[in-house]
Design a protein around this ligand. Structure first.
Ligand SMILES: [Zn+2]
Length: 384
């Protein structure tokens, strides 16, 4: 049994002082008043720190110079370790659009790397709109087929999320097959208008890939205003939407609009690339697209466009709380509690509550990560 005393605890909507967090056998056993801690327990004093549930990142391409699309489990472990140093205890590996043979090679390798830390693979394509491809290789984009759904499902749960452009032919059927098997299907990189989005939603689509990034927007046809995917996203009543809260992709005004529209259906994702944690000028690839770290964000080389982010999820938590003034529990909800729900892990992750996995991030007063615990074991510890 391990007991942490002295730290502030973020427990659901509140911040709790003068309480101890008790860990046993990889689980949170209890949260008790500090004066109830029994002598003789293994007690650690974390005065000055804040403990939050381990962060959960739905959208990770890479980090620390390594990428999940490298078909090498050693590279995957480097990415997982990089994000562990930033408080992340569960993540999805996001793959940009690739040609079928390359994608198969990447998935074969990732199948060796999934486990508790790497929950599964998010295919961010190739079923995307060419006109909204962003930093995806246009030559790799294609509509989905029923065969392809079967092949993805044949990978025994490896694929946990797929982003599609709802307007592509075959998407409703593809969506139905995947969501029936428990895969989360998201709309993104898309020109969809309401009818196409609704057809996918009717077949189980529940998620929206990075709001405002590669989403169609309002157009005027004669006197008529036609909402795009972003307006349909914001007006939706059940869909969960992602924001890349790195202080670069979205200005504060747009994040506030998303917050008011989606409420507790808004999640922050890093969209981190191999450039995360790397110095200015560091070059990396998103699929076949050359990108570099420039002014604290990823940029496509030779184009005036973002190529993913370089900010891990702890940086987004800090941005939401410190720069945008969100209450800390709300920022924690967006980076842990709500993503746990998306991955169907809410019964054991994303909250500090008895019975949940002992997945913790220990934050310094400036919200940098001092230590990270998964299932009761330190996976990063710089507390000294
Ligand atoms: Zn991405």
């Amino acid at each position: 049994m391990t007991t942490f005393i002295g730290a502030r605890l973020v427990v659901d909507e509140g911040v709790v002082d003068d309480h101890a967090l008790v860990i046993r056998d990889g689980l949170i056993e209890a949260i008790i008043p500090a004066n109830a801690v029994a002598a003789g327990d293994e007690v650690h004093d974390l005065t000055g720190y804040t403990i939050v549930p381990g962060l959960i990142d739905l959208h990770v391409h890479g980090g620390g110079g390594y990428s999940f699309d490298d078909p090498d489990p050693a590279a995957h472990q480097q990415v997982i370790d990089f994000h562990a140093r930033h408080g992340v205890t569960t993540m999805q590996a996001s793959l940009v659009s690739a040609l079928p043979a390359d994608l198969d090679r990447q998935l074969d390798a990732l199948a060796l790397s999934t486990g508790d830390a790497l929950h599964g693979v998010h295919l961010e394509g190739p079923y995307l709109a060419v006109s909204q491809c962003g930093a995806h290789n246009p030559a790799a984009l294609r509509p989905p087929t029923p065969d392809e759904a079967d092949r993805l499902l044949g990978r025994n749960g490896l694929i946990t999320m797929v982003t599609v452009a709802p307007e592509l032919p075959g998407v409703p059927e593809f969506t139905r097959r995947l969501t029936s098997a428990g895969v989360v299907v998201a709309a993104g990189h898309s020109e969809a208008r309401a009818p196409e989005l609704n057809a996918a939603v009717d077949n189980g689509l529940t998620h929206l890939t990075h709001l405002w990034s590669c989403q169609s927007a309002l157009v005027r046809e004669g006197p008529w205003r036609l909402p795009g995917l972003i307006e349909e996203s914001l007006a939706s009543t059940h869909l969960v939407g992602e924001i890349i809260a790195d202080g670069h992709h979205l200005p504060a005004t747009l994040i506030e609009i998303a917050r008011r529209c989606l409420g507790d259906r808004l999640v922050a994702v890093s969209d981190a690339t191999a450039g995360a944690g790397m110095p200015e000028g560091f070059r990396y690839r998103l699929g076949v697209i050359d990108c570099e770290v420039a002014s604290g964000v990823g940029m496509v080389v030779g184009a005036n466009a973002f190529g993913g982010s370089t900010t891990p999820l702890d940086g987004m938590l800090a941005h939401l709380h410190q720069a945008l003034g969100w209450p800390l529990p709300e920022a924690v909800a967006a980076t842990s509690t709500r993503p746990a729900r998306v991955l169907n892990l809410a019964d054991r992750k994303g909250r500090l509550t008895p019975g949940h996995d002992a997945d913790l991030a220990v934050l310094s007063p400036d919200l940098t990560v001092g230590a990270t615990m998964r299932a009761g074991r330190w996976i990063h510890n710089a507390l000294g």
